[in-house]
Design a protein around this ligand. Structure first.
Ligand SMILES: [Mg+2]
Length: 369
């Protein structure tokens, strides 16, 4: 028994490190919801989840009012049992992203404890497939950037040895997106992967036209062309183009991924550890994809996903969008186009406690069963 004696949640607003826009939204700030869990053997696990600017207070409130109290007195080693207990405790608000983000903050804290108790880094304890994973850059591909800026970003990524870059698409006219892609393709040559992301902004007929254009530029994947609920549209699109369709950052249950995979609606899976509800369901989703011979390129959260991608055999890429510099004392290690999984016990994020203390907005703890 490894008894939980303290569970605490709080929120930090972290300013975006640079302006980020896509076809439907802008990244306003990172509302980062932290959960700290302490056990009777003296270990403290820190977990987290996030929003890109709205709803984070609702996640915090759910944790403080309805969830943290369930943890006190429980065995921290029973991560699966605790996830299920919390999920069913709040089932009238699940499946849903607010609940998932709350569960994820708890689940990552429990995995942090599990790894520390085993004296193992996350990438090894969760599977141990390989210590490093290829990295692609999104930070140079935002929709508001000019074609010259896109080209400069892609050239810089290539000079650093990164094998891929992602560009946002969804301009009013297809020709404008096409010109931007052509300029980047000409600048980086044929051996850099170029991904594009429409952030669910299109209709199926529109996406079909875009996909035809993307084929001309040898695009590596077409991400979230349609609203995430439209599985049939994604399946039709996937059948109509040679460009792989990537989805997953807006899916919130293992069964949603199963539906996509069974329908042949996704060629690449982009499961997000926060939005799916933590490391526990993230790993299940990755293994489900493996059963369909589909690769995983997780969405955002490079500081955590580097370890998870390194854990599984079917990881394709980690996405480069640094966003935790304000609250960490160490950055993700990148060498020759690969992100290196941290080799320290725990989930591998070097939190700067002083900085977190400064940014902390609110807190409440629960130490009663
Ligand atoms: Mg995306």
């Amino acid at each position: 028994m490894q008894t939980i004696i303290r569970a605490e949640a709080y929120l930090c607003d972290i300013a975006v490190e640079k302006k980020r826009t896509d076809a439907i939204q802008a990244f306003i700030k990172q509302e980062t919801i932290f959960v700290e869990i302490e056990t009777d053997d003296g270990l403290v696990g820190t977990g987290y989840s996030y929003t890109i600017g709205t709803g984070g207070r609702a996640v915090l409130q759910l944790l403080q009012t309805d969830l943290l109290g369930f943890l006190i007195g429980q065995d921290a080693r029973q991560v699966e049992a605790l996830w299920q207990k919390l999920f069913w405790a709040t089932h009238s608000t699940a499946v849903g992203v607010i609940t998932n983000l709350a569960l994820a903050a708890v689940d990552t804290a429990l995995w942090d404890i599990r790894c520390k108790a085993a004296n193992q880094p996350l990438w090894l304890l969760a599977g141990g497939a390989r210590p490093q994973v290829p990295l692609y850059d999104t930070e140079g591909g935002w929709l508001h950037l000019s074609t010259d800026e896109l080209v400069a970003g892609a050239v810089q990524s290539r000079a650093q040895g990164w094998p891929g870059v992602k560009l946002k698409v969804g301009k009013t006219h297809l020709e404008e997106d096409s010109e931007r892609l052509a300029a980047v393709r000409a600048a980086v040559g044929p051996r850099t992967h170029i991904m594009v992301d429409a952030n669910q902004s299109m209709t199926y007929p529109q996406a079909k036209r875009w996909a035809h254009m993307l084929e001309k530029h040898d695009i590596f994947w077409f991400e979230e062309p349609l609203p995430a609920e439209d599985i049939q549209g994604h399946a039709l699109l996937a059948a109509s183009t040679s460009v792989p369709i990537a989805v997953g950052e807006s899916l919130y249950a293992l069964s949603h991924f199963r539906e996509y995979l069974v329908a042949g609606a996704a060629g690449i899976i982009q499961v997000d550890a926060a939005r799916i509800g933590g490391i526990t369901p993230w790993l299940k989703t990755a293994h489900l994809a493996e059963a369909f011979n589909i690769k995983v390129a997780p969405h955002f959260l490079m500081e955590l996903h580097v370890s998870l991608a390194a854990a599984i055999p079917n990881a394709l890429y980690v996405e480069h969008i640094p966003q935790l510099r304000a609250v960490t004392s160490q950055e993700v290690k990148i060498e020759n186009g690969f992100a290196i999984a941290p080799d320290v016990p725990g989930i591998g994020i070097a939190w700067d406690r002083e900085a977190i203390g400064r940014l902390r907005q609110n807190s409440a703890s629960s130490n009663k069963p």
